[in-house]
Design a binder for this molecule. Structure first.
Ligand SMILES: NC(=O)c1ccc[n+]([C@@H]2O[C@H](COP(=O)([O-])OP(=O)(O)OC[C@H]3O[C@@H](n4cnc5c(N)ncnc54)[C@H](O)[C@@H]3O)[C@@H](O)[C@H]2O)c1
Length: 306
């Protein structure tokens, strides 16, 4: 099968970004399934594209071409019946995802691929109500989905090798960097590492070793600078497995190993200190500093990637 028609289900934060990503490829037609005609349809996609135009990543003409390859559809049957590749970006609720795929199977072609953009849930469990479970695969994008290249492709207990290959192919065609997660484990590959780091970072703050801003500075001015070029496995070889062994032998017993979210995190959550959402979290935020943080991230990513 050659994938030509891509359907994205759910026009929220990730769905809008993914529709744009697939439509960047001249070889793909994209249908974005929105739930109501009232959805603020083009605006988020246009906003992403406008930033790319203003930074000379794409031209104004290319922006219009991308938009012309996206069709909006509210009817789930019409949105999926001609699709080769369907990716759901519905809310992170197991039953919603299971029911959605089970319903889509009534409409879509027998060989259509059903991908889930779940952040943490098991694609094996998401496929539970499907008849053809070998066609269900995880395809975990990273926010902001239109910029971050990585997509983790997760092989469930049922996913066929062919479905994995076709999924990797269409993601490459859309300009992404797919990596294969061979086992369906919580957090897949990258979130396991990311949250091992966050657990330690929160623990350092909680134990008064450094405040939140200092923790972030310690990352940004040290191994954070190397990470885009040097991953942990190559780094371990670079310094030597003998040195890595000695460091781990000394330090691992002292690192945070709690199996529960930290009490400090729970306290902030319970006090309604939700971070950017409420202006207070590990640190204090104003509307201006929130805007600045988001804008600087977008500009940094565009500079790094293009
Ligand atoms: N936000 C992130 O950083 C991020 C990153 C990677 C993956 N994800 C995953 O992507 C998925 C979507 O996340 P989001 O942040 O875009 O959420 P969102 O709330 O912004 O969007 C969800 C969309 O799904 C629609 N929807 C609601 N119920 C539906 C249903 N029953 N059937 C179809 N569509 C329905 C909503 O109208 C909305 O447009 C989740 O599984 C999330 O875990 C999110």
């Amino acid at each position: 099968m050659i994938i030509k028609n891509v359907t994205v289900i759910g026009a929220g934060m990730m769905g809008n970004a993914l529709a744009m990503v697939f439509a960047m490829s001249p070889d793909l037609n994209v249908t974005l399934r929105t739930r109501t005609l009232k959805d603020d349809r083009y605006d988020p996609i246009i906003a992403h594209l406008d930033i790319m135009v203003s930074r000379d990543v794409i031209t104004g003409v290319q922006k219009e071409e991308v938009l012309s390859r996206i069709t909006f559809e509210t009817d789930l049957k019409k949105a999926t019946e001609n699709a080769d590749f369907i990716i759901e970006c519905a809310p992170e609720v197991m039953e919603t995802k299971q029911d959605l795929f089970a319903e889509i199977e009534n409409y879509c072609r027998k060989d259509a691929i059903l991908a889930t953009n779940t952040s943490v849930m098991s694609p094996t469990e998401i496929a539970a109500k499907c008849v053809n479970r070998e066609r269900v695969v995880g395809a975990h994008f990273w926010n902001p989905g239109h910029l971050i290249p990585l997509v983790e492709v997760i092989k469930s207990d049922y996913t066929s090798d062919e479905v994995v290959e076709l999924t990797m192919d269409v993601l490459r065609k859309a300009g992404k960097k797919p990596v294969l997660c061979k086992k369906d484990v919580p957090g897949f590959i990258a979130n396991r590492m990311q949250h091992a780091l966050w657990r330690e970072a929160i623990s350092i703050v909680e134990n008064g070793i450094a405040d939140a801003a200092t923790v972030d500075e310690a990352v940004k001015y040290s191994f954070g600078l190397r990470l885009p070029q040097l991953g942990p496995m190559e780094n371990a070889d670079m310094v030597g497995t003998d040195l890595t062994f000695n460091i781990h032998d000394y330090i691992l017993k002292d690192l945070e190993s709690s199996k529960e979210p930290s009490p400090l995190l729970r306290e902030l959550r319970d006090a309604g200190k939700l971070g950017f959402k409420t202006g207070s979290g590990f640190q204090e935020w104003t509307p201006e500093s929130i805007k600045k943080s988001k804008q600087e991230l977008t500009e940094y990513l565009i500079d790094m990637l293009y």
